[in-house]
Design a protein. Structure first.
Length: 183
């Protein structure tokens, strides 16, 4: 009994430390923090990307799936959330089920290993290092005209000449780009 209680205490301490670390996550980290977009930012992202019923949104590192749920329930778009963290993936699936977002699917996978070519819109809330690493994947797998929505961080120099900035929303920390044709 003693070991079970001590194990539970250790788990709670680790979860607390993980939550604390997420509050000060370094922007050059190779991993994404456990943060999420507020509701009003989810709506703004969908509006700025001009989400329509025919759109297929891929959220790379979807976290709780909130942005996809908003896009599905309010704009009728289909969504695919890709989340590598098993805890976040399960939580996102539960949120999708709870909100009856029937057009949203959550995949527990590394987004570098998932074909995203079906996407008409990409959502990302990733740190600059991850955005840099994604340059080749996005520019090779996505069709020209695909919209890329980045929350908090604008796309790094590695995207220069490959995307066009459509909208910069300082209030909501959103950047909306369109993928250009390959030269």
């Amino acid at each position: 009994m003693y070991f079970l209680i001590s194990d539970i205490i250790v788990i709670f301490i680790l979860l607390f430390l993980f939550a604390l670390l997420s509050a000060v996550w370094p922007p050059d980290s190779p991993w994404a923090p456990w943060w999420q977009m507020p509701d009003d930012v989810c709506f703004a992202a969908a509006r700025h990307a001009k989400i329509k019923k025919k759109d297929v949104i891929y959220d790379l590192g979807c976290g709780t799936g909130k942005a996809l749920i908003v896009a599905n329930l309010k704009f009728e778009a289909r969504g695919v959330g890709i989340e590598i963290d098993p805890v976040r993936a399960v939580f996102a699936k539960w949120q999708v089920w709870k909100n009856k977002a029937l057009g949203v699917k959550i995949i527990k996978q590394n987004f570098f290993n998932v074909d995203i070519s079906e996407a008409t819109v990409i959502y990302m809330y990733l740190v600059p290092n991850a955005l840099r690493r994604l340059t080749n994947k996005l520019t090779h797998e996505l069709r020209p005209g695909t919209k890329i929505v980045s929350y908090v961080y604008d796309l790094p120099e590695t995207y220069k000449g490959k995307v066009k900035l459509l909208k910069k929303d300082k209030k909501n920390s959103l950047y909306v780009y369109e993928l250009l044709k390959a030269k």
